[in-house]
Write a protein that binds this ligand. Structure first.
Ligand code: BEZ
Length: 212
């Protein structure tokens, strides 16, 4: 069955551009972003991996490890990484899994046969430190992903895991957030949100981001 939010991210052992990886051990206590792309030496994938490398400081600041995957082999990955570094003015400093036997692709349902019988689509999973799947997105081969959006979701997850809030549509770090509807006790709300809040409706209560 396909993976769903809240499921345990399947563990695996697979080769990569940085050697053999045992996924859960490799993740350790970090958050993880596991993402597949259709093939090495393709233009959109080249820009996506370049972007991820350029955003590496942002991932590290949030305690997140990135790991890419395609069904191409280790030698192909290594050659392509040099191309990415040259053409995208960066240094790829995360592993690319070489999933020639489709082990990981199958575990994570990354091959969608009606789109392409053999290549992975653009799947992406955010995994938390308890190894639970927290975000799943799937993009077609022709559309590169927005990695600033991935960072935005990580910011939201890390905030909402620790405070009784949720983040509104188009929220960016620093914007007001909403108090979760299940929190009703006025005294608790005052204690949790000393900066106050605005009730636009009883179910829509905005408050300044509590960790700022
Ligand atoms: C690309 O990464 O550019 C790409 C890969 C597969 C199909 C279309 C585009």
């Amino acid at each position: 069955m396909a993976l769903r939010l809240g499921d345990l991210a399947p563990d695996f052992e697979q080769d990569s551009s940085e050697g053999r990886i045992r996924f859960h051990d490799w993740l350790g206590d970090s958050w993880g972003v596991l993402f597949s792309h259709p093939a090495d030496y393709t233009p959109v994938c080249t820009t996506e991996l370049g972007l991820t490398a350029r955003l590496q400081d942002e991932f590290v600041r949030r305690g997140v490890k990135a790991i890419a995957l395609s069904v191409d082999g280790v030698e192909s990955h290594k050659g392509w990484i040099q191309d990415i570094n040259e053409t995208q003015s960066t240094t790829v400093n995360f592993p690319i899994l070489a999933d020639g036997d489709r082990k990981v692709s199958q575990l994570y349902d990354m091959i969608h046969p009606n789109a392409n019988e053999t290549l992975t689509v653009r799947s992406l999973f955010i995994i938390d430190p308890k190894k639970r799947v927290r975000l799943i997105i799937t993009y077609p081969a022709s559309t590169g992903r927005n990695f600033h959006e991935i960072l935005r979701v990580i910011d939201s997850l890390q905030l909402t895991d620790n405070h009784s809030v949720a983040t509104p549509g188009n929220w960016q770090d620093g914007d007001d957030v909403v108090i979760i509807p299940s929190l009703k006790d006025e005294a608790v709300i005052r204690e949790k949100f000393p900066k106050g809040y605005k009730a636009v409706r009883p179910y829509l209560r905005l408050t300044p981001q509590p960790n700022k």
